[in-house]
Design a protein around this ligand. Structure first.
Ligand code: MEV
Length: 271
C-alpha cells in the first residue's frame, strides 16, 4: 500500500505560479493506493469513495501518462484508491493522488526513486488535473514536512515551535484551473496592480519564514491574516471564506487565511 499526504499552503499561493515563493506543509490526511496484478486486458482504477471517480475520462489520460513515465507494465495493474483528503478544497487531493499512484507502481515492482524523481513524475500527472501548476502542491507532498518552494526548488523550513492548524471546511471550490485563470485575467488587465499584490505577498512570505524559524507564532498569525487580505484583493476569496477566517480569529486563532486556490474550499487557522 502506498500513500501520500494532503497539504496546506501557509503563504504565497497564486503568487507562486509567477515565480514568487510559498510556504507549504503536509497534513495528516492521506490518499492510499494499492496496485495489484490486473486480470483484465487494461489497467483499472477502483475508487473506494465514489466522489473521487468523477471525470472518468481523466483517468484514461492519467493511465496514458503513467505508462509513459513508468512503462507498459503499468497497463497490467489494477489500482484500489482510498482517500480522506477532501477533494476540491485546496488540500492537495489531486497532487496526493498523483504521488500515491506513482508510489504504488514503484511499491508493486519493489523499486525506489528519490523524492525529487517522484515529484518530477507527479508534475506530469498534476498537469492533467490542473493545466500548468507551479509545482508547490506535489513537491511538498512528495518531500513531506514544512517546505519553502520557489521556481521548482525546495528547502525545508525549520520551525522553532510546533505549528498547529485547524482546518475549517467551506463549500467546494470551482477548481484550481479556474481560480488560477481568474488571477491571470486580472494580471493581464492590471499588471502593475497585481504585481504589487504579489510583491506584498512575497515580502510577507519571507517574514513568515523568519517568524517560523524563531518561533514567533503571533507574528505568523498576523502574516496569515495579511495574506488572506491580499488573496481577497486578488479576487480569490469568497464571503464564506472571509466569514470562516473571522470566526476563527474571534475564537482565539492567532491568524487565519484561505489555503490553496480559493474561490471556495477551506480556511486554515493557526491555533
Ligand atoms: C494551489 O494549491 C496553489 C496555487 O498557487 C496553484 C499552483 O501553485 O499551481 C493556487
Amino acid at each position: 500500500m502506498a500513500n501520500a499526504f494532503g497539504k496546506i499552503i501557509l503563504a504565497g499561493e497564486h503568487a507562486v505560479v509567477y515565480g514568487y515563493p510559498a510556504i507549504a506543509q503536509t497534513i495528516n490526511k492521506e490518499v492510499s493506493v494499492r496496485a495489484s496484478q490486473s486480470f483484465g486486458k487494461k489497467a483499472t482504477f477502483h475508487f473506494l469513495q465514489p466522489a473521487l471517480s468523477s471525470g472518468g475520462e481523466i483517468f484514461d489520460q492519467v493511465l496514458a501518462r503513467l505508462t509513459v513515465l513508468l512503462g507498459d507494465r503499468v497497463q497490467k495493474l489494477s489500482f484500489d484508491i482510498e482517500s480522506n483528503v477532501p477533494g476540491g478544497c485546496g488540500l492537495g487531493s489531486s497532487a496526493a493522488l498523483s504521488v500515491a499512484l506513482i508510489r504504488s507502481v514503484l511499491d508493486f515492482y519493489e523499486e525506489t526513486r528519490t523524492s525529487g524523481e517522484v515529484a518530477a513524475m507527479a508534475m506530469d500527472l498534476e498537469k492533467i488535473f490542473h493545466g500548468n501548476p507551479s509545482g508547490v502542491d506535489h513537491t511538498t507532498i512528495a518531500h513531506e514536512g514544512l517546505i519553502w518552494f520557489q521556481k521548482g526548488k525546495l528547502e525545508p523550513v525549520l520551525s522553532a515551535k510546533p505549528l498547529k492548524f485547524e482546518i475549517l471546511m467551506g463549500s467546494p471550490h470551482r477548481g484550481t484551473l479556474k481560480a488560477v485563470q481568474s488571477v491571470r485575467d486580472f494580471y493581464e488587465a492590471e499588471p502593475m496592480r497585481v504585481r504589487s499584490i504579489f510583491e506584498e505577498i512575497e515580502a510577507l512570505t519571507y517574514a513568515m519564514r523568519k517568524a517560523i524559524k524563531i518561533g514567533d507564532l503571533k507574528q505568523v498569525g498576523l502574516l496569515m491574516n495579511q495574506n488572506h487580505a491580499l488573496l481577497k484583493s486578488l479576487g480569490v476569496s469568497t464571503p464564506e471564506l472571509d466569514a470562516l477566517c473571522e470566526q476563527a480569529r474571534q475564537k482565539g486563532a492567532l491568524g487565519a487565511k484561505l489555503t490553496g486556490a480559493g474561490g471556495g474550499g477551506c480556511v486554515i487557522a493557526l491555533v
